[in-house]
Design a protein around this ligand. Structure first.
Ligand code: ADP
Length: 480
């Protein structure tokens, strides 16, 4: 079994003498390898190296940074099949989805290779005659990037690419479930020619990493994607020395279908939005609001499509739904289904686990599930399910559905299906969400500002907004 090395200060090191974190395939339970469980001394060495590298990296020209990012983009695309395979083995998603994610991940690198050249400043007319006002933007400093397991490649590049493009140096801590995809990307970062220490990768106990970076004033920026609880903890911890912080947390997306919608399109997009990554995405639709007069038709069409989805090991051909990542995720989804059933929900499709043996710590498959007769007391109406469950809730009119849709502590993604332009625009403006998919169930891409209202996010990732999170604004008052 392979013990993977980490890239710190430009060198790959295996840390044979330290404890290990084991990675297993969630579909089969097979152990894929191990990564080191770094201690405080080693994490500190990564910060030292980032500090040293920052001095020169911050001063490289925009075109040098751009070129290295472009090299990385090309390398990721060249090796996309290898990266996708690693991802499916450690994360479980179907291979075709993993491949799409790698291409999506590469698109952030391409976008920021171009954006690196556009870190523009400003001149402002002064109020004094003998004075000029110049505004420039500079990299914030050392960035600690913490990523989740649901998008093992794209969440890494969505943080690292803008950080590097802005002139920051980065320490990445990938999720313990999926470090191998990140390590592969770091092999390509090295190959692309980035100077030593500009990008370091750490694997360690999460709390230890959190404590070390939070207690080190040299780390100036935290970029985190993960659970709301951990996000809130990091925000508290970062207040000690007011580190800059970006958070991408949970969602509880409403998916609204009006009776004037193209129903076939809505059904197709519902499937894409809900069953991608087995429902384990923060923009996955969670609550399906269907206008009451089209409920039966929508359910009938949805059932037909769901019945074609093959569940299984993501490496097998034609599989569309892989396993949930772990037992905790599995228990939560089953709890949501059982809670809904105990409060009067009706199973329209699925609803059962397909795990062979309760005691096994792998193979957490759940049938794609369609539930109707949902009420507001059920967990599926109020909490993020993070699994392959569609609860159908009916509504009468626009006002009712807007109120229900906005009744959430989260505000990340929302979806509306209607063929009325006027209704689509009016409702998009009323939804308290950072992302609205208007007749679109897959709104993510490199050029958009990804993020949400309320407890879903602080800051935005992607597009020209994304690089701002890694830049400080400096104003120079020039006496002449
Ligand atoms: P999930 O429950 O979906 O795994 P988490 O928020 O726990 O979501 O994990 C997202 C990322 O945050 C992972 O890389 C994880 O290791 C890391 N993490 C979890 N707790 C902490 C913490 N206290 N400090 C820093 N990172 C953490």
């Amino acid at each position: 079994m392979k013990n993977y090395s980490l890239l710190i200060n430009g060198k790959w090191k295996c840390y044979e003498n330290l404890n290990k974190i084991y990675i297993s395939n969630p579909a089969t339970g097979e152990t894929l390898g191990s990564v080191p469980d770094l201690n405080e001394t080693e994490i500190k060495k990564a910060i030292d190296s980032s500090e040293k590298a920052f001095r020169s990296w911050a001063n490289t020209t925009a075109s040098e940074k751009s070129l290295l990012l472009r090299n990385l983009f090309n390398l990721i695309l060249e090796q996309k099949n290898d990266i996708a395979e690693i991802m499916t083995l450690e994360q479980g998603k179907p291979l075709s989805e993993a491949l799409s994610e790698v291409i999506y991940a590469a698109s952030f690198v391409e976008w920021y290779s171009e954006e690196a050249k556009r870190v523009y400043g400003e001149t402002i007319p002064s109020w004094k005659k003998n004075n000029r006002i110049v505004v420039i933007k500079q990299p914030v400093g050392i960035v600690a990037a913490i990523t989740p397991w649901n998008f093992p490649a794209a969440m890494v590049t969505r943080k690292i690419a803008p950080a590097l493009a802005s002139g920051c140096t980065v320490i990445l801590k990938p999720a313990p479930e999926t470090p191998l995809t990140a390590i592969k990307i770091f092999e390509l970062i090295e190959k692309a020619g980035f100077p030593e220490g500009v990008a370091n990768i750490i694997t360690s106990k999460a709390e230890l990493f959190g404590n070390v970076i939070m207690n080190d004033k040299r780390v100036r920026k935290i970029s985190f994607t993960g659970s709301t609880n951990v996000g809130k903890l990091l925000m508290k911890q970062s207040s000690n020395d007011l580190k800059r912080i970006s958070l991408e947390l949970g969602g509880q997306a409403p998916f609204i279908v009006f009776d004037d919608a193209d129903i076939d399109l809505a059904v197709k997009q519902a499937l894409a939005s809900k069953f991608r990554n087995c429902g384990q995405t923060c923009i996955a639709s969670n609550r399906f609001y269907v206008q009451e007069n089209i409920k039966s038709l929508f359910i009938k069409k949805l059932k037909k499509e769901i019945s074609t989805l093959k569940i299984g090991n993501g490496m097998d051909e034609n599989v569309k739904i892989g396993p949930l990542i772990n037992k905790q995720g599995f228990n939560k989804v089953m709890d949501h289904i059982n809670d809904a059933l105990s409060k009067g929900a009706i199973i329209e499709y699925g609803g059962k686990p397909l795990q062979k043996n309760e005691s096994d710590n792998f193979g957490f498959f759940i049938e794609p599930t369609l539930l109707s007769n949902i009420n507001s007391k059920m967990k599926v109406s109020n909490e993020e399910t993070f699994g392959p469950v569609i609860p159908i809730i009916t509504f009468k009119d626009e006002n009712e559905v807007i109120e229900m849709a906005n009744n959430s502590d989260y505000g990340l993604a929302s979806y509306i299906f209607t063929q009325s332009l006027s209704r689509g625009i009016k409702i998009s403006e009323k939804l308290e969400y950072g992302i609205v998919g208007l007749n679109d169930g897959l709104p993510s891409s490199a050029q958009i500002p990804f993020g949400g209202f309320k407890e879903s996010s602080i800051g935005r990732e992607g597009g020209h907004y994304g690089i701002e999170e890694f830049l400080e604004i400096k104003y120079i008052s020039i006496g002449i």
